[in-house]
Design a protein around this ligand. Structure first.
Ligand code: NCD
Length: 344
């Protein structure tokens, strides 16, 4: 898929879908510029860079509205008659479940692709698998895959809008939505926040997407807190250059009192080629309640989860702990995103 840059924005241009014989649900929009009305209807969601500030604020407000409606009515009927396919070729708990719950609460149905019993085991390619699923005519496909850039590569071949639910170490745009939504709910704004992102910034996909979403707001400062070997990738810094003030540090104690939010991430064990390197870095940035209580100011603590050893359960008791609420927010912001992408 061609990505065109115009005046700092990214436009994902579309080619004609290949399944001409399928019922016509309308072509994917040819570029973000055709959205005079401001909606993500029919769009592939590939990167957090593609959201505008307006998209983000609109989705946050829609998520609040849906939260209220779901509280009142339980199951809504916006997505009645619509089908979401979930295709997770890497493990997932929260992302898959919150997309599933969100679609069901919107009144739609979900068909899950069971990778463990599929023909991928017979050697079928991911591309063929996706084209077959698309041929059954889902209204949206939520895809997690280990190859960076795969959703972007496959999107022009697929008629249904694709939502990237994580492409290896590269990006996780809907996690960024729920992360920034959580900050917005907490502080009533995102402009002006100072956010520390700590942990495995090299192999993690949440730090990149979170940085991109934060870069859409004004006067945001990011402290990347990590041992040298795990620091944020150059490509991420290039993408936020001039939009965010950022600092690379390796000692949390030096900056913790400046932070509004501390976003902790786990070491991505499965992405380490050398197990000895994982063992060397294990435990290098752990926080617990006793450590945090040494400081006059404790920031709001967030984590995309799952946590392993880096975020001790003793932190759960602190009033600043937000990670369970953050995971729950994923349900509402994903419901908002699905509603927009479906155009219902
Ligand atoms: C994250 C992921 O899959 O990248 N998890 C999630 O979606 N909540 C973070 C992680 O696995 O470390």
């Amino acid at each position: 898929m061609a990505v065109k840059r115009e005046s700092g924005k990214i436009y994902f241009s579309r080619q004609k879908p290949v399944f001409e014989s399928l019922p016509n649900r309308g072509l994917k929009p040819s570029s973000r510029r055709c959205e005079a009305m401001g909606t993500l209807k029919g769009h592939d969601i590939i990167s957090a860079l593609q959201f505008t500030r307006e998209d983000l604020l609109r989705l946050f407000n829609l998520a609040e509205r849906l939260r209220e409606e779901i509280r009142e009515k339980g199951i809504l009927d916006y997505a009645k008659g619509k089908i979401m396919a979930t295709v997770f070729l890497e493990p997932s708990t929260r992302t898959k479940l919150s997309f599933t719950f969100a679609m069901v609460k919107l009144g739609g149905r979900v068909i899950d692709f069971d990778v463990s019993r599929s023909s991928l085991a017979k050697g079928e390619t991911d591309v063929d698998t996706l084209r077959i699923i698309d041929g059954y005519d889902p209204d949206v496909i939520v895809l997690r895959q280990s190859k960076p850039g795969f959703p972007e590569q496959i999107a022009p071949m697929i008629r249904a809008p694709i939502i990237n639910a994580g492409d290896g170490p590269h990006e996780h745009p809907t996690q960024a939505l729920l992360d920034v939504y959580t900050m917005w709910r907490e502080f009533g704004k995102v402009d002006g926040l100072t956010v520390g992102i700590m942990g495995d910034l090299k192999y993690g996909r949440t730090p990149s997407s979170l940085s991109y979403a934060l870069s859409k707001f004004k006067d945001v400062t990011i402290y990347y807190i990590a041992p040298q070997a795990l620091q944020i990738r150059e490509e991420v810094l290039k993408n936020i250059e001039g939009k965010v003030e950022y600092h690379l540090v390796n000692d949390l104690s030096e900056v913790i009192e400046k932070l509004d939010v501390l976003y902790v991430t786990r070491l991505q064990k499965e992405r380490f080629k050398d197990p000895a390197e994982y063992e060397r870095l294990k435990g290098s940035y752990k926080i617990d309640a006793a450590y945090l209580k040494k400081f006059k100011h404790i920031p709001v603590i967030m984590h995309p989860l799952p946590r392993v050893w880096e975020l001790d359960p003793s932190v759960d008791e602190l009033p600043q702990a937000r990670y369970f609420e953050q995971a729950r927010n994923g349900l509402y912001i994903r419901a908002a995103l699905i509603k927009e992408v479906l155009g219902v």
